[in-house]
Each structure stands twice: as C-alpha cells, then as structure tokens.
Design a protein around this ligand. Structure first.
Ligand code: 5GP
Ligand code: ZN
Length: 128
C-alpha cells in the first residue's frame, strides 16, 4: 500500500489512507460538534450511547503509545474540549465516560489517536 504524507494548511501532518485525516480534510462527511486549529470533534458513525463523540487531534498521531512528548499539550487541550462538549450536551453534571483504545489489545480499530466521549445513559464496569 502506498502511504503518502501530506502537509495541511497549518503544516499539520496527514496520512493519505487515514479515515480520520480524511474527516479532518472534509473528504469524508461527519457531524462535527467542535472544531478549532488543532482539534476536531464529531459524532461516532456507530453510536454506543445517546452521546458518542470522537475527539481527535488534527495532526495524524496513530495512538497514545506513539504520542511524542512535544504533542502532550494536544491531549491536555483535547480534555479541555471534552469538558466543554460534555457541558454543551448537558451531561457534565450527571457524568460520562472517556475511552481511549490503544493498539491491538486495547481494541483500537482506527489508527488515528481519538478519545470517545460517551454519555446520556448509565455506564457499566468492566467493559468488554
Ligand atoms: P476505536 O475502535 O478505534 O477506538 O474507535 C473507532 C471509532 O470510529 C468506532 O467507534 C467507529 O464507529 C468510528 N468510526 C469508524 N469509521 C468512522 C467514520 O467514517 N466516521 C465516523 N464518524 N466514525 C467512524
Ligand atoms: Zn490520521
């Protein structure tokens, strides 16, 4: 498979075969709930709860293991955005769940770092 690295308008690295990079570039449609220079949030295509939003860095970072120290501030910012979305969706007081599936044993299926924001129903533990 041919992998091409492309630089976006902000000099952010994109991967040509990555679904979430395509959503960032608006090549694939998604219901965007939040966007700024470095972060995008959109509804999951297969929602597992009344609120199921994916929050991602616009830069292509494959997963948490691959996250460089220099990009740690992106995750801090993502968590700030998650708090804002939870408030907008009216689930901040009742509570919600944040999930990051990392690599194969973590159950990650899309190789672009993302955090699931799940809410609007009772969550249970342990997850599968
Ligand atoms: P993971 O299993 O990697 O933690 O989560 C990937 C998530 O991306 C899944 O919940 C899946 O439903 C979602 N997903 C996969 N492809 C698309 C897509 O094209 N659009 C949107 N909005 N979500 C997607
Ligand atoms: Zn990507």
């Amino acid at each position: 498979m041919l992998l091409v690295t492309i630089f976006g308008p902000g000099g952010e690295r994109k991967m040509s075969d990555c679904i979430f990079c395509k959503i960032v570039d608006k090549e694939i449609p998604a219901k965007v709930v939040y966007e700024d220079d470095t972060v995008l949030a959109f509804n999951d295509i297969q929602p597992q709860a009344p609120v199921h939003v994916l929050v991602i860095p616009k830069k292509h970072i494959s997963d948490l293991t691959a996250l460089a120290e220099a990009d740690l501030s992106k995750v801090t910012h993502i968590f700030k955005v998650i708090k804002e979305i939870a408030k907008d969706k009216g689930i901040d007081e009742e509570g919600y769940r944040i999930v990051n599936n990392c690599r194969e044993k973590g159950g990650q299926t899309v190789g672009h770092l993302h955090f699931h924001l799940l809410g609007g129903r009772q969550m249970h533990w342990p997850p599968g």
